[in-house]
Design a protein. Structure first.
Length: 174
């Protein structure tokens, strides 16, 4: 469901996919070939949320922010049931299934991985190409080129899958 809020209507690129069972409201912009899957909420009621190109936000995730808004980069993979209040998620980053990125001025660097179930605390900073795990999330090492390539293939796969869903008419056309 795509809804306006306080005069702001989501801007969704024609090549993006928004499931008919997702909820996208307010000041939201979604880039080309990105996908918003069933049960996902993208709530731009407090500040603008910008989602780049070829980014997937998988089933049951929530993206919201306060303050200055949020930018989610290109080729980002946000797994199932992720709670994302980050101010910024860099290009090629991965937020694993069920992780939480709390708010404030939290950001996730480019090509970083937040492991499934990890919790990045308020105002947390994850540098580029860093792998974090645990509660609270702590750095466990650097992200390899092979991992970056693997998750690029995941982002590309979801873009291709989204195109098939669109072809089947399984999108919100509001």
């Amino acid at each position: 469901m795509i809804r306006s809020w306080m005069g702001k209507t989501p801007k969704i690129h024609p090549d993006a996919f928004v499931s008919e069972f997702a909820y996208v409201v307010g000041d939201v912009e979604i880039g080309a070939n990105s996908s918003i899957w069933p049960g996902t909420v993208v709530r731009g009621d407090s500040a603008k949320i910008t989602i780049g190109r070829n980014t997937c936000i998988q089933d049951g995730s929530v993206v919201h922010c306060d303050g200055g808004g949020a930018t989610i980069g290109d080729n980002v993979v946000i797994g199932h049931k992720v709670m994302c209040h980050a101010e910024r998620v860099g290009d090629g980053a991965v937020l694993g299934n069920g992780c939480t990125v709390n708010g404030g001025e939290s950001w996730i660097g480019a090509h970083s991985i937040v492991a499934s179930g990890a919790v990045v605390l308020d105002n947390g900073k994850v540098p580029d190409r860093t792998f974090v795990v645990g509660v609270p999330a702590v750095a466990k090492g650097a992200v390899s080129d092979a991992q970056i390539e693997r998750f690029q293939r995941t982002a590309d796969h979801y873009s291709e899958l989204a195109a098939k869903y669109k072809a089947e008419g399984l999108e919100d056309k509001a």
